[in-house]
Write a protein that binds this ligand. Structure first.
Ligand SMILES: CCCCCc1ccc(-c2ccc(S(=O)(=O)CCO)cc2)cc1[C@H]1C[C@H]1c1ccccn1
Length: 242
């Protein structure tokens, strides 16, 4: 794994997510369940910082027939980003820090009446070696994570008129395998992946609370539905990638 100039700060973000993002929101009453569809449960907290709506979001979901590595790969790989991300207008990879760590500048489609937003963040994908066992004590086959957090960068000649939003986002995925028994090979029907997606987005500048909360209420469930279906379709006919 390559060492780079942001390795230390990346490690801090990873440790923070491993300690707090894996806490399942159902166990405590600080999270409000605001969307539920099948296995998908989306929670939020109301948080205002300097008058800006920064509602933290946490979603848990269980997706059949895919692995943690496949989920994280398609979430991280910018080659397929526009195939599933519906809110991005443009993006550019500014720097490659190692084979699984990049810096991205992206602009989001403008949401009237707010000003357009852009984001500048480090995006890293990694395998968690000693996987944290979630509650219930089931042992995951393996655990992968993608961590996206805002950084500064000289080359980000921002699109004029954009307000810089800051993000702290993490996708943690665990693969569970139910052996088919009597020495049959494992196929995709033996797999499912449990994910935790946390997103802390600071809009960076004023936007009406009602508009922001409506965007989040609409966009997060849509993103989770669309992205998980995308990975199931993309991997369906492929060899299992643990
Ligand atoms: C007036 C709008 C203010 C907020 C604008 C904003 C900024 C960042 C982001 C965002 C940035 C990164 C990620 S990700 O998970 O790392 C994937 C890679 O893109 C995800 C969401 C979103 C939004 C808002 C489009 C709104 C929105 C809300 C959920 C999902 C999608 N869009």
């Amino acid at each position: 794994k390559g060492e780079h100039r942001l390795s230390a700060v990346l490690e801090k973000h990873i440790q923070n997510h491993l300690s707090d993002s894996l806490q399942l929101p159902g166990n405590d009453n600080t999270w409000e369940l605001f969307a539920e569809e099948g296995e998908m449960k989306v929670y939020r907290k109301e948080l205002v910082e300097d008058g800006l709506i920064c509602d933290p979001l946490k979603a848990i979901h269980s997706i059949k027939r895919v692995t943690a590595r496949e989920m994280c790969h398609y979430f991280w790989d910018t080659d397929v980003r526009l195939e599933w991300e519906g809110t991005i207008e443009s993006f550019r990879v500014l720097e490659v820090l190692d084979e699984r760590t990049i810096i991205i500048y992206q602009t989001h489609k403008r949401v009237w009446p707010s000003a357009q937003r852009d984001c500048l963040y480090l995006s890293s994908m990694l395998k968690i070696d000693n996987p944290p066992v979630t509650d219930g004590g089931r042992i995951p086959h393996d655990t992968w994570m993608v961590c996206n957090f805002s950084v500064d960068h000289n080359d980000a000649n921002s699109v004029s008129g954009c307000v810089r939003a800051t993000v702290e986002i993490c996708l943690i995925c665990q693969t569970f395998v139910t052996p088919p028994g009597d020495n049959r090979p494992i196929d995709r029907d033996c797999l499912h992946c449990e994910i935790v997606y946390v997103a802390n987005v600071n809009p960076g500048g004023w936007a009406p609370a009602s508009v922001l909360r409506a965007i989040y209420k609409r966009e997060y469930p849509k993103f989770l539905r669309r992205f998980t279906a995308y990975v199931q379709t993309k991997t369906n006919a492929k060899e299992i990638w643990f």
